[in-house]
Design a protein around this ligand. Structure first.
Ligand SMILES: *[C@@H]1O[C@H](CO)[C@@H](O)[C@H](O)[C@H]1NC(C)=O
Ligand SMILES: *[C@@H]1O[C@H](CO)[C@@H](O)[C@H](O)[C@H]1NC(C)=O
Ligand SMILES: *[C@@H]1O[C@H](CO)[C@@H](O)[C@H](O)[C@H]1NC(C)=O
Ligand SMILES: *[C@@H]1O[C@H](CO)[C@@H](O)[C@H](O)[C@H]1NC(C)=O
Ligand SMILES: *[C@@H]1O[C@H](CO)[C@@H](O)[C@H](O)[C@H]1NC(C)=O
Length: 344
């Protein structure tokens, strides 16, 4: 009898209450952007043909998809010194170091000199800039390098800011094809921030299965006119997104933060725009935002003649004249505490 009482007494009273306090701290939007899709652009600015995909692509609709299947960060999260990029850091994610084509994600087919669009999600880096203090106002700069001679062990430091527009940089295996602001001036994801809300009104877009209600960001560029038909042409997309020192108290020294996507294009015969078709190229106004080049970027691509690019490094490799993004001048650290009480 006393045993039974004892057992009752010993039962922890707190379990009857069972209140748990969970504090979830959202410090920032996760940084994760990659090239989701590539498309050829016709001389009137419209996307034509079938889209192409990155090496080792995992579509968002695939059962095994998660952001880490496509994200590649340099330096990696676990490096003690986040400002340190090692000479051994690879240009490409482990799944993107070879000509890796996955089911349902074929390579883009494009002719030499073709204009192409690379598209990516902004993931809040454009529309919620206050989440990451100390970041550049253009939301980072994106560089696209091209080569016919990629290496499986290609390193970031062997290519990035080394290869140049006229092909005389570094080991001269490749060229810088395009430089642009990460913020293309119009892309957004749906959120309640004032930038997203403004852009939803300014750049309306009918939700589709590909992008949902969001509008992807876009980088338009031209393949070199001497890309060899019947061969593969490799593109390295590098998003350079550093944190400046002395802004974020958690990062007094700032840090390096770069993301890459590695892609190949099947260079096919024909359709290579001649200088005449470039001159005649006329962007048809008021096209669907989902299926056409960005007019200002397209004008710049068409104005640059890739055949004379070698002697004119100020052509497509200069930063695009994207309108200055409308971002707050006052940087705030926004931290959201969500308190959840659960009864067990
Ligand atoms: C642009 O040209 C392509 C291919 O020639 C055509 O399919 C498309 O309908 C044209 N777009 C517009 C807006 O005229
Ligand atoms: C090719 O890509 C897929 C998907 O990312 C990956 O699972 C696979 O390991 C990759 N293969 C190689 C050889 O990298
Ligand atoms: C981290 O690496 C950077 C770049 O090499 C260097 O300037 C800095 O001194 C390093 N910081 C520490 C704490 O070692
Ligand atoms: C990369 O691989 C090549 C052979 O494919 C080799 O000659 C070279 O030393 C390697 N470089 C690095 C940095 O590992
Ligand atoms: C968004 O709000 C910020 C801060 O109040 C302001 O500086 C900025 O101009 C606004 N942007 C837009 C597009 O309304």
């Amino acid at each position: 009898m006393s045993g039974k009482n004892k057992e009752t007494m010993e039962r922890p009273r707190s379990s009857a209450l069972g209140w748990f306090l969970l504090v979830l701290l959202f410090s920032a939007v996760d940084a994760h952007s990659w090239i989701e899709q590539m498309t050829v652009i016709a001389s009137n600015g419209t996307f034509v043909g079938d889209p192409g995909y990155a090496r080792g692509n995992v579509l968002r609709t695939a059962p095994d998809f998660s952001d880490p299947t496509m994200t590649y960060l340099i330096p990696p999260d676990d490096r003690a010194n986040q400002s340190l990029i090692l000479p051994t850091d690879r240009m490409c994610k482990s799944t993107q170091q070879t000509y890796n084509v996955t089911e349902g994600s074929p390579r883009l087919q494009a002719s030499a000199g073709a204009a192409i669009a690379l598209r990516y999600q902004e993931n809040g880096h454009v529309t919620l800039p206050w989440n990451q203090p100390g970041k550049p106002k253009n939301r980072g700069t994106i560089y696209v390098y091209g080569t016919t001679q990629p290496k499986e062990n290609e390193t970031l430091l062997g290519v990035h800011k080394v290869w140049n527009a006229d092909g005389t940089g570094g080991d001269r295996r490749g060229v810088l094809l395009s430089t642009q602001n990460f913020d293309d001036g119009r892309c957004y994801q749906i959120n309640n921030g004032n930038i997203s809300e403004y852009r939803q009104g300014e750049y309306p877009h009918v939700a589709n299965t590909l992008m949902g209600a969001d509008l992807w960001c876009q980088q338009d560029l031209a393949l070199p006119s001497d890309a060899p038909s019947g061969k593969l042409y490799t593109l390295y997309w590098v998003w350079d997104w550093p944190t400046a020192p002395g802004v974020d108290p958690a990062l007094p020294e700032g840090k390096q933060e770069l993301y890459t996507t590695c892609m190949d294009v099947d260079v096919v015969d024909g359709g290579s725009p001649t200088t005449e078709t470039r001159v005649q190229a006329g962007y048809v106004e008021d096209q669907s935002l989902d299926r056409a080049a960005i007019p200002s970027e397209f004008a710049e691509v068409m104005a640059s003649d890739p055949e004379t690019e070698a002697g004119d490094s100020s052509s497509s490799a200069t930063p695009a004249p994207t309108p200055a993004p409308t971002i707050p001048s006052r940087v705030a650290i926004v931290t959201t505490f969500i308190t959840v009480y659960t009864t067990v």
